[in-house]
Design a protein around this ligand. Structure first.
Ligand SMILES: [Zn+2]
Length: 361
């Protein structure tokens, strides 16, 4: 049985099903109507099961998997930090954490078509897992999406729908298709099952580090799917006693499209757009209020980084052996900026590298 949905803002609840709403009647995003509870940590984890090693703590049954998870945690001496290689996933980005749980719920609900909108990575990931599930996918992308990303989506057999206009227009078109009854909205921004999947990044980091949380994590923020997953995951770990404190969550956005940095940090809205970071150019994150709360509760902050810094860091990353896409370099450029502005070198910092360079040509 799949859990139903609940609104954290107004308390309305909804039954699970293929026609369940993707948004509360009050306009807020929905959550799964069950408390995420971690029990005692098991003696061992079945890494062969990938992130489903944590299935006892996931609000969905494993229906669709490609062995995703347990991404490497490696030393990055150039930056006195540890990188979690979130680009080592079946579709080449961390989005597979959310796609494996989201498509698993879709199978449980007997959904006959999934709809997603994306600038690339989330679309490729949902399309890949839809193919694995045998469910047709329809992915809405902006006109001019990078050809390798479009090819990754199309190669799965999913239908690609190009939409002219801003990123928000692409989402609007996808939601109109959902409203017209064309399919279930497997949105990485809206669908709460996606965040249940991204929480596993925190679980893995805790286990890989012997249940010691880092001092800080530096994390890119577009819609905040990984950022919120980490926050929720570390919060669950702390309340279950697996770790004894939360890491500070330090966010990084693209200059020019940095709404959270403008709210909690110091970014000015007039900065030149960082076009290299196209993967995180989200002007209105669906869960902005939750992200802001997570930043404040962990004594974090958010900054915006410019295109020149991103490009320079991207090249340095490649020369250091990290074959990532430009958007991933934003987080490391952010780490460099944080170091310059008071984050001590002896602070133990983990940075996720979110997307592979292989589909970013
Ligand atoms: Zn509501």
């Amino acid at each position: 049985m799949a859990p139903g949905l609940v609104c954290a803002d107004c308390g309305r609840t909804y039954e699970a099903g293929p026609n369940e709403p993707w948004q509360c009647a009050c306009g807020a995003p929905l959550e799964l109507n069950m408390e995420p509870a971690l029990g005692d940590p098991p003696q061992t984890f079945d890494r062969e099961a990938g992130l489903w090693a944590f299935d006892a703590f996931l609000p969905v049954d494993r229906e669709v998997t490609l062995g995703e998870g347990w991404t490497p945690l490696v030393d990055a001496p150039t930056w006195d930090a540890t990188f979690k290689l979130e680009y080592v996933f079946p579709s080449g980005s961390f989005k597979d954490r959310g796609a494996t749980t989201t498509l698993s719920r879709a199978v449980t609900l007997d959904v006959d078509r999934v709809i997603e909108d994306s600038s690339g990575n989330a679309g490729a990931s949902i399309a890949l897992y839809a193919a694995r599930a045998g469910i047709p996918g329809e992915i809405y992308v902006p006109t001019g999406v990078k050809p390798p990303k479009r090819a990754a989506i199309e190669g799965t057999g999913a239908t690609v729908v190009e939409v002219d206009g801003a990123r928000a227009d692409v989402s609007q078109a996808a939601r109109e298709a959902v409203a017209a009854g064309k399919g279930w909205y497997a949105s990485h921004a809206w669908n709460p099952t996606f965040y249940a999947g991204t929480m596993t990044a925190a679980y893995e980091i805790a286990v890989q580090r012997g249940f010691e949380a880092p001092d800080a994590m530096v994390v890119p923020i577009g819609h905040g799917t990984l950022f919120l997953g980490l926050y929720r995951g570390f919060a669950a770990l702390e309340s279950a006693g697996w770790i004894d404190r939360m890491p500070r969550l330090l966010g990084v956005q693209a200059a020019g499209v940095a709404p959270i940095a403008e709210t909690v940090g110091t970014a000015a809205g007039t900065q030149t757009k960082n076009e290299l970071a196209d993967g995180i150019q989200i002007a209105e994150p669906v869960r902005a209020a939750q992200i802001t709360r997570a930043v404040r509760e962990t004594n974090g902050t958010v900054i915006a980084v410019a295109e020149e810094q991103t490009r320079a860091t991207w090249h340095t990353l490649h020369r250091a052996g990290f074959h990532v896409e430009p958007t991933s370099a934003v987080a490391v450029a952010g780490l460099e900026a944080y170091r310059t502005h008071g984050l001590d070198r002896d602070q133990d910092v983990v940075v996720p590298l979110t997307g592979s360079g292989l589909k970013s040509a």
